[in-house]
Design a protein around this ligand. Structure first.
Ligand code: MUC
Ligand code: MG
Length: 374
């Protein structure tokens, strides 16, 4: 029997507006740019994937435009003609033609998994060995930039039972202002909600030590990436000094980072993301290292739309332990969607689709409307 081969790969830039400004330490987002991949195979099956980052080049080393260029120029030609059913071999080929470029590789791996799942009539999590949960806890990020508005937003999401954990983005303002902002929100929500803080590397170690002491006293549950990613020794000192757990986000991409963090004790929790790791399989390898070292795991997001969020969800569903839940709320931050069957959220969780592949169907009209080159 002739193998099913990869015929073509298309990378499409899609610009979607956000429901409100989303303020992070390094960028204020008014829209999100998704890179949607359509991978077509010789049996007529199409797989879809997504690579999405935050704030152009301000978050990481790959921009949406750069991801498209890497796929169009280097990665798609390397995949052409390969066996579409052998995902490990295809990904190894990509490793030989391109260093890094993890976001781009992740989108292609998702598309290959989606196509193979459709081909076999099973979901991506089934293809990965099986999901240990049918839904995932999902938090919401409060990042309007206004304390009163954030409290109002949290109250309404608690009342509708959509989220009961809130992550606050800090690092744009003076440290004292950030601490006051977080403390007011935690005080307003009390024991009804968990509150976490993401600094996105914005503090130095001395500022972080002072701020974390006050945030811990205010009842904050988790501190994410307080200082620059390269300062693992500083992260280790903070993790040793405080009871409130410290989570690594920008500091961890793949398994090697997990190993370095484990060796130094540089975090209590790891934020896993399929894009940072270079795909679902690499995310699972990264998780295994963290898990073996006794660290807790968290399912992170690059604020992907439905395709990337559901690909992540299939991966996170397979983790034996995921004690900090996930932040796969990306589709809810966007005003519109390019899939016909967006993910469902209820009772503080996101449902993982059980249909073949990712379980998603593109809405061709919406895709045509929001694609940048229309
Ligand atoms: C990050 O750094 O964690 C995740 C949620 C959010 O609001 O921003 C992202 C990125
Ligand atoms: Mg983060």
């Amino acid at each position: 029997m002739n193998p099913v081969t990869i015929n073509s790969v298309e990378a499409i830039l899609v610009d979607l507006p956000t429901i409100r400004a989303h303020q992070l330490a390094m960028a204020v987002m008014q829209r999100q740019t998704l890179v949607i991949v359509r991978l077509r195979c010789s049996d007529g099956i199409e797989g879809i994937g997504e690579a999405t980052t935050i704030g152009g080049l301000s978050y990481g080393e790959e921009s949406p435009e750069g991801i498209k260029l890497a796929i169009d120029t280097y990665l798609a030609p390397a995949l052409a003609g390969l066996d579409a059913a052998n995902i490990h071999a295809a990904m190894r080929r990509l490793e030989t033609v391109a260093r890094g470029n993890r976001f781009a590789k992740s989108a292609l791996e998702s598309a290959l998994l989606d196509a193979q799942g459709k081909r076999l009539g099973v979901s991506v999590s089934t293809l990965l060995g099986g999901a240990v949960r049918a839904s995932l806890p999902v938090l919401w990020t409060l990042a309007s930039g206004d304390t009163a508005r954030d409290i109002e937003e949290a109250e309404s999401l608690l009342a509708s039972r959509r989220h009961n954990t809130f992550k606050l983005k800090v690092g744009r303002r003076a440290v004292a202002d950030d601490v006051a902002h977080v403390s007011r929100i935690k005080q307003a929500l009390g024991e009804r909600a968990r509150v976490t803080v993401d600094v996105n590397q914005a503090w130095n170690e001395a500022d972080a030590a002072g701020a974390i002491a006050r945030l811990e006293a205010a009842g904050v549950d988790l501190i994410e990436q307080p200082i620059p990613r390269a300062n693992l020794a500083g992260m280790a000192r903070l993790a040793a000094r405080f009871v409130v757990p410290i989570m690594a986000d920008e500091a961890i991409n793949g398994p090697e980072d997990a190993l370095a963090i484990a060796r130094l004790g540089a975090a209590d929790v790891l934020a896993l993301k399929i894009a940072k790791s270079g795909g679902i399989h690499e995310m699972l390898r990264t998780a295994a290292v963290g898990d073996a070292a006794g660290m807790s795991l968290y399912g992170g997001t690059m604020l992907e739309g439905s395709v990337g969020s559901i690909a992540s969800a299939h991966g996170f569903a397979c983790l034996p332990r995921l004690s900090w839940g996930t932040e796969l709320f990306g589709p809810l931050l966007l005003k519109d969607d390019i899939v016909a069957n967006p993910p469902r959220y209820a009772d503080f969780e996101m449902e993982i689709p059980s249909g073949p592949g990712l379980g998603l169907e593109l809405d061709e009209d919406k895709l045509a409307f929001y694609r940048r080159d229309r």
